[in-house]
Design a protein around this ligand. Structure first.
Ligand code: GLN
Length: 491
């Protein structure tokens, strides 16, 4: 048996089911690795809670009532509310906040519901404040470092999730993706992550950033592990999430190992233009050649409005954020300013103290584009172009089955490199935003290494509800390559 922390979700699950190891032993092993909080990946750890969950798993394993992933550890991005751990969304305004309930995805993966998959929560993972960012440098609780090079960012906003999985602090984690926050940190940290079709996994209990874009999903080392988690996460939650789709859960592992002979992989010319760094392009070219060897066909396609996805996203997402974040007013939850003269003064001081600069910037932008006189010029226009971007994908899918391209124009950049220049971070989102705006499933698959040995991810985008096809395509690449097996020095 490999050492515990080197085992995948699939391997751990097997070892637990065959009683080679107990859930308490697994939890104890991982808790020992978390001590000292490497990479500042975690925001809350509570070994008593984790061990109690593990004991419950061992009881269920002994009684033959175990869920499919019983006893396997998981970490949750800190935007998923949890009863047993604090939830801050990386913000000071929610410091120490305890939710009275678990998010649906936490429930579905965990041990609190009878039909939960049985995973043990080992803690809450650092992220950009309210998931706004591309480098995890906007967390109120400090930056997360990239396990491949601690002078570099892990990506964002699910940077804690990606770093924890890459450093083998957890075998898997949840993330959320509004404009790339699962795919981009997965790419920067050399792991696998998938954002399913918008509405396929419940948003209930996921602290809202931009509700028409937010989507939770799994991050793990392999496509198979992502398939295992995603199978437990998807499914309708109609009573609790008004945008939840009435599409049944699916066993995404069932189609792994299907042949990809004849699979048409669309290569958008706009994804391989000048802005793409040469090292990223070289790694992607090699991965695409591997796909050809596996029998796939590369088809040139066009997504003509790719560039527009940046202004469109950075109008729509802040607009929705400015509305969603109005609930943090010092009354219902979280931080409240101490000295104030009246209610309005309390609101102002609470929000001025509680929110960080990037969140304030987004709220101001959002309020501006929604205001009388600018609504038509910005917000409405952005909504129209959003629809055109979605239509462009449907045109492309007439010619191909999946779309492949970069996740980001470069490998992970140095900490502080974009300090004072938020637009530099926004521009780097160019390849992940289109699928988000269209609500399409997308994933990042380790595809090689670029400058200074930093990981490069290949993005695969599928049509609505084609997660199984994406996961299979990723799995086939992982059977033919070993990028996902590489680990950072010292891990
Ligand atoms: N980088 C993008 C933003 O800052 C996407 C973040 C996300 O997907 N949560 O909004």
């Amino acid at each position: 048996m490999n050492s515990l922390h080197d085992m995948t979700v699939a391997e751990l699950s097997q070892a637990l089911k065959t009683k080679q190891v107990s859930a308490v032993e697994v939890a104890t092993g991982f808790l020992a690795r978390l001590g000292g909080n490497p990479h500042n990946a975690f925001l809350d750890i509570d070994s008593e809670v984790t061990l109690a969950q593990a004991q419950a798993c061992d009881a269920r394993l002994a009684a033959g009532t175990a869920g499919p992933l019983e006893g396997v550890p998981v970490g949750h991005k800190d935007v998923f509310v949890t009863r047993d751990f604090a939830t801050t969304a990386g913000s000071k305004i929610l410091a120490g906040y305890r939710s009275p309930f678990d998010a649906t995805l936490v429930q579905k993966l965990g041990t609190s519901a009878r039909d939960g998959a049985g995973m043990v929560t080992v803690g809450k993972l650092n992220c950009d404040e309210f998931a706004m960012g591309s480098a995890n440098e906007n967390s109120a609780y400090g930056v997360v470092t990239n396990p491949w090079d601690t002078a570099r960012v892990p990506g964002g906003s699910s940077g804690g999730s990606a770093a924890a999985v890459a450093a083998r602090l957890v075998p898997a984690a949840t993330g959320t993706d509004t404009g790339g926050s699962i795919r981009q940190p997965a790419s920067f940290c050399g792991i696998t992550g998938i954002k399913p079709t918008y509405g396929r996994a419940s948003r209930y209990g996921m602290i809202a950033y931009a509700s028409s874009l937010d989507q939770g999903g799994p991050m793990a080392r392999t496509a198979e592990d992502c398939a295992l988690l995603l199978s437990a996460m998807c499914g309708p939650d109609l009573d609790r999430d008004s945008t939840s789709l009435d599409v049944p859960a699916e066993d995404f592992t069932a189609s792994l190992n299907h042949s990809i002979e004849g699979l048409r992989i669309g290569i958008p010319k706009e994804f391989f233009g000048e802005g793409l760094h040469a090292d990223v392009r070289a790694a992607l070219d090699a991965a695409l050649r591997e796909y050809e060897k596996l029998g796939a066909k590369l088809v040139p396609i066009s997504l003509p409005r790719t560039e527009l996805s940046i202004p469109v996203y950075y109008i729509i997402a802040p607009a929705e954020a400015s509305s969603n974040l109005s609930r943090f007013d010092g009354v219902k939850f979280g931080h409240r300013a101490k000295d104030y003269v009246d209610l309005v003064d309390m609101y102002k001081k609470t929000r001025a103290e509680g929110f960080g600069n990037e969140v304030k910037r987004r709220i101001m932008t959002g309020a501006y584009v929604l205001s009388h006189g600018y609504y038509d010029a910005y917000y409405l226009q952005a909504q129209k172009i959003r629809r055109m971007i979605a239509d462009d994908f449907q045109n492309a899918f007439k010619e191909c089955d999946v779309i492949a391209g970069p996740v980001a124009p470069s490998v992970a950049w140095k900490l502080g490199e974009n300090a004072g220049d938020p637009v530099a971070d926004y521009l780097a989102d160019i390849f992940t935003l289109p699928a988000s705006l269209a609500g399409l499933p997308g994933m990042s698959v380790p595809a090689g290494f670029g400058a200074q040995g930093m990981p490069v991810g290949l993005q695969l985008i599928g049509n609505y509800f084609k997660e199984a096809q994406l996961l299979n395509a990723a799995h086939r690449l992982q059977q033919a390559s070993d990028f996902h097996l590489q680990k950072p020095a010292g891990v």
